[in-house]
Design a protein around this ligand. Structure first.
Ligand code: AMP
Length: 420
């Protein structure tokens, strides 16, 4: 079941999310049009990972318990936007959802159009319809730069989607950072627009971590590059007590501190920014922990020669993981924390010999009593790979969305919902 362990220190009712949720309005006998994030991996019609479907079940069951009829919509993958493509059909998702709910889920042949309106108008309370992939229509994702015609088509699509329900529920946190027809534009054409339970849970946990963390608050940031997480680093440095930096991005910091880093991944144009970040942390009295030793390899290959060292890297070698002294240092800091936020691996964890740092950090977070928030993306894969999903307080379903939320940016899919 999605959601991780229940942490007794978090009383969800204590935290005020300023957006209405399905719990705040009367649902009885209404038809709900719900945006979910069913963008799951499908291979040959088989769902390879149903985490996102499971994550939407609480809102679906809550709605059905309140005598609603339920119209579900989602995108899946990146179809061309020119109509139906079998590969990106939500049919297997509807079937799987039906087996999870133990009731039929009727698959609609499209998401808009007069036939869909007729199909939905004939629904009875308790019935569920899954609309076909919203991205079969290019206008779903239209941007200003696509031109006025596409924007008008997008408004028209949003209006048609809005006509399919009395209440719009957005439970798709994973796409909340996108201003699409089905995520935010739809709210212009429907009065009741509220958060689903998953959306609310994401806002509570990520919001709590950022705004009211139990202290000490430690963030662990890794991944390939600083550039993708620069805004995150800038935002977190103001909020945390300590910041652990690992992964590919740590080599830019190492170079900035004057060390040789061989052929490690580096962003030379961000060396000044790295120094600035270290300087800001010092001025704010925040601790930044960088790796004190690394596993280095003479090739980006799991069969490469490897060695662990601190200090300068020899020419032709590259950093691929944190070393054992860094693991000990990072894990000690994690043990002291009361709130932990983790985003990004400590090394090239997809290759077994270079996965030890990421696995050790994962184990330390899982063993901690702290509120542990896994901020989406590759850290979620690492947690799943280690079989520790249930040991985390909250594993975010949104990669890009959780990143933008933690950076302090407004998410269009959240901003468009009705205030409390
Ligand atoms: P991100 O999407 O920014 O969180 O980056 C995740 C990716 O960073 C993963 O695919 C890791 O393999 C990669 N990564 C982590 N450490 C390194 C490293 N030392 N060199 C190259 N890639 C790395």
């Amino acid at each position: 079941m999605f959601g991780g362990r229940i942490n007794p220190k978090i009383n969800l009712k204590d935290h005020v999310v300023n957006k209405q949720s399905i719990k705040d309005i009367n649902l009885a006998d209404k038809r709900i049009i719900m945006r979910v994030d069913f963008n799951v991996p499908v291979e040959n019609g088989e769902i390879m990972d149903d985490t996102r479907i499971l994550a939407a079940i609480p809102s679906i069951e809550y709605s059905l318990k309140h005598d609603t009829s339920l119209v579900l919509m989602s995108h899946l993958g990146r179809p061309g936007g020119n109509g139906f493509e079998e590969k990106y059909s939500l049919k297997p998702v509807a079937e799987h959802l039906g087996s999870l709910l133990n009731k039929p889920v009727k698959m609609a042949p499209d998401c808009i159009g007069s036939d869909i309106q007729l199909l939905v108008d004939s629904m009875n309370p308790g019935e569920v319809v899954m609309l076909e992939n919203t991205r079969f229509h290019a206008e779903e994702t239209a941007k200003i730069s696509d031109g006025k015609d596409q924007i008008l088509k997008q408004e028209n699509m949003a209006r048609q989607l809005a006509n399919l329900g009395d209440i719009f529920v957005n439970d798709a946190f994973g796409t909340a950072h996108r201003a699409h027809a089905s995520t935010s534009i739809i709210t212009k054409y429907i009065d009741a627009a509220v958060a689903g339970l998953l959306m609310e849970k994401e806002l509570i946990f990520l919001g709590n971590a950022i705004e009211a963390p139990d202290r000490p608050f430690t963030a662990i940031i890794g991944g390939a590059k600083i550039s993708g997480k620069l805004d995150l680093l800038k935002s977190l440095i103001q909020k945390v007590d300590s910041l652990i930096i690992g992964g590919g991005m740590s080599y830019t910091f190492k170079k900035a501190k004057g060390f040789k880093i061989g052929k490690s991944i580096v962003e030379n144009d961000l060396i000044d920014i790295a120094l600035e970040t270290l300087d800001t942390a010092e001025k704010l009295g925040k601790t930044i922990l960088l790796p004190i030793d690394n596993v280095i390899a003479d090739d980006f290959d799991e069969n490469a020669n490897i060695q662990t060292l601190s200090g300068d890297f020899p020419d032709g070698w590259e950093g691929v993981d944190i070393g054992k002294d860094s693991i000990a240092l990072f894990c000690e800091e994690i043990r002291k924390a009361k709130t932990i936020l983790w985003n990004g691996p400590m090394g090239c964890f997809e290759m077994k010999p270079f996965s030890h740092g990421t696995t050790a950090v994962c184990n330390a977070v899982a063993a901690s009593d702290a509120v542990s928030i896994i901020g989406g993306g590759d850290s979620v894969s690492a947690v799943k790979q280690a079989g520790l999903f249930e040991n985390m307080t909250h594993v975010s379903t949104g990669g890009g969305a959780s990143l933008e939320f933690l950076e302090g940016k407004e998410l269009p899919g959240v901003a468009a919902l009705n205030d409390k």
